[in-house]
Design a protein around this ligand. Sequence first.
Ligand SMILES: N[C@@H](CCC(=O)N[C@@H](CS)C(=O)NCC(=O)O)C(=O)O
Length: 206
Amino acid sequence: MAKLKIYGTPRSRAFRVLWMAKELGLDYDSIPIGFDTGETRQPPYLAINPNGHIPAIDDDGFILWESMAINLYLAKKYGAGTLYPTALEDEARAWQWSLWGMTEIERNVLTAMFNRAILPEGQRNAAAADAAERELAHPLGVLDGALAKAPYLLGAAFTVADLNVASILSWARPARIDFAPFPKAADWLQRCALRPAAKAARDLQR
Ligand SMILES: N[C@@H](CCC(=O)N[C@@H](CS)C(=O)NCC(=O)O)C(=O)O
């Protein structure tokens, strides 16, 4: 059986998959394709992900792209009963939170991060960042409400649902999103970020 390959530099959404691989203790090869080098648009990589985006994985010949789908797959294959829930309803809620992170949170966190931290100062749009942060108030309130009821999104234990949402929200710090109105979400995000596997994945970014 060939070793799992994870495509994408750790300083990209591949971070999410590397965090999952670390949580699961997987043995993998990292292929640190960059998003700013043109490699994602070259034929060898387009054969892996025709969208030209990272991350993607090759799990013994099985190719998969889209960060949330990859993490749900890896968690189910290698972490059933721990990182991946066994009850049908909990599995559905893991999908719910993962899709929610991508559709309700990701774009606005990214907009705030680019306009507050990534773009050269002269190209930043402070109004766009502020508008994105205002848009985030409602979904972050939803997250805070869920975490007022239980320590983690599916209940007592950290699962793929937490990893997927927290990995998207790992951009909230450089985006300087104010979490003061969302104390439960802030506490949860910190607990997720302090996990040894999260730290190990962050170390790959240095
Ligand atoms: N929805 C995709 C988005 C992937 C994506 O846009 N990745 C960026 C890097 S974080 C990328 O590949 N950019 C380079 C490009 O589009 O050529 C996912 O979550 O996997």
